[in-house]
Design a protein around this ligand. Structure first.
Ligand SMILES: O=C(O)c1ccccc1NCC(=O)[C@H](O)[C@H](O)COP(=O)(O)O
Length: 389
């Protein structure tokens, strides 16, 4: 996908209502773009006879590239919309300052605020990742992975726990705060929480790494990994770029979350391939029927999470899990041997029994256990019994 963004290509928009039926991307070949960048860099290092003409050419080329990249972003949103994706990936800045493209595109700058919290998070993440990529280019991450220890088997740990206890395997979430609940645990020591979860019988852990909205961090993930916690670790992030997969793996993740509400099918397929290549288990998250159907049409998905929380409105409804596993969808899931995780809003043994009855073999739980003084006891309370091995 990333390369598509940077090479000249023609996009045909399938949506019949689209204002942009066909669009020819910048026909500036990859090499020319590299040369542009090289040219700018050499100017920055600045020889005194650095040609002024080159500055003008570079500046206008950079402006043109920015504008075209922005237009492509808008078109990608349109393609995503044909898959029922409502989250727009357009950066919050709108068109570049000197944008002189089509009038329709210029108009789109109006009302350029996120429509809901998930969109806001994703826009913020796009900016954050762009900056991080500058600091740690992907080749440095790939290099680091050459000597990285093998990842742990996230899916295997869930299956083993389910077989051992006969209850849904627990992915216990290391979560200090959230947009919907604010601060959930004041005296938050991520390593102590992780160790308490492991002692209580969690099969895997989910570690929030977003700092702005969840007060999480990659340092937390790394610290839990280095402390010798044996449970496989899910990097709970808002993945918008394949770079993040490599980064997560270098920080000790064994699994990552891919959110169907954010990522179009092609991105999911591409990221699944990278996950496989670098030893990450992908937990693909859905919230509604459309997302479930899209994911069931993609080959190679082994783990699907059904989020009971609507990430646009914060509304939580555990019957969501049941609804998405009914009928034909449930049958397809069984045929494909996909393990389903029930996520969010689970507080009591009755909640666990309800989602197990619906067909889940694992649950992802944060608030109800992290807010207990002793999270080990929190797990006992959640299941109504001791599930430690
Ligand atoms: O939890 C939120 O407020 C939230 C807001 C926006 C995007 C994602 C959000 N949460 C991620 C999750 O779905 C939960 O952390 C996870 O499933 C655990 O949920 P819970 O047991 O209810 O803490």
């Amino acid at each position: 996908m990333e390369s598509l963004m940077h090479v000249g290509f023609r996009v045909r928009v399938i949506n019949p209502n689209s204002r942009f039926k066909s669009f020819k991307s910048p026909s500036i070949p990859m090499d020319a773009r590299r040369n542009t960048v090289t040219c700018i860099r050499s100017q920055q290092s600045g020889t005194k006879d650095g040609p002024l003409i080159a500055t003008a050419t570079s500046d206008s080329l950079v402006e043109e590239l920015k504008s075209k990249d922005w237009e492509i972003g808008v078109l990608k949103d349109e393609i995503a919309a044909t898959q029922g994706i409502r989250i727009r990936r357009r950066p919050p800045t709108g068109p570049p300052l000197h944008y002189v493209g089509p009038f329709e595109f210029r108009l789109q700058n109006e009302g350029n605020t996120p429509r809901n919290i998930l969109e806001e998070i994703v826009w913020n993440k796009d900016t954050e990742v762009t900056q991080m990529k500058e600091i740690k280019p992907i080749y440095t991450l790939k290099k680091a992975l050459e000597n990285a220890p093998p990842s742990r088997d996230f899916l295997g740990a869930l299956k083993a726990s389910y077989l051992r206890t006969g209850l849904p395997a627990l992915i216990a979430e290391v979560k200090k705060a959230s947009p919907s609940r604010g601060v959930i645990r004041e005296d938050f020591n991520p390593v102590e929480v992780a160790q308490a979860y492991e002692k209580g019988g969690a099969a895997c852990l989910s570690v929030l790494t977003d700092s702005k909205y969840f007060q999480g961090s990659f340092e937390n993930l790394e610290a839990i990994h280095s402390a010798g916690v044996k449970c496989p670790l899910l990097c709970k992030e808002f993945i918008v770029d394949a770079w993040q997969l490599y980064y997560a793996r270098t920080k000790g993740a064994d699994g990552v979350l891919l959110i169907a509400a954010v990522l179009p099918d092609l991105d999911i397929k591409y990221m699944l391939k990278i996950c496989k290549m670098i030893g990450l288990t992908a937990l693909v998250e859905v919230h509604d029927e459309n997302e479930m159907d899209r994911m069931l049409a993609i080959d190679g998905i082994e783990l699907i999470g059904i989020n009971n929380r609507n990430l646009e409105t914060f509304e939580v409804d555990t019957s969501n899990t049941k609804r998405l596993l009914e009928g034909k969808r449930g049958e397809t899931i069984r045929q494909k041997d996909i393990l389903v995780v029930g996520e969010s809003g689970l507080f009591t043994p009755a909640d666990i029994a309800y989602v197990q009855e619906a067909g889940v073999k694992a649950v992802l739980v944060g608030e109800s256990i992290v807010k207990q003084k002793d999270p080990t006891q929190g797990i006992r309370g959640l299941f109504g019994k001791d599930i430690a091995g």
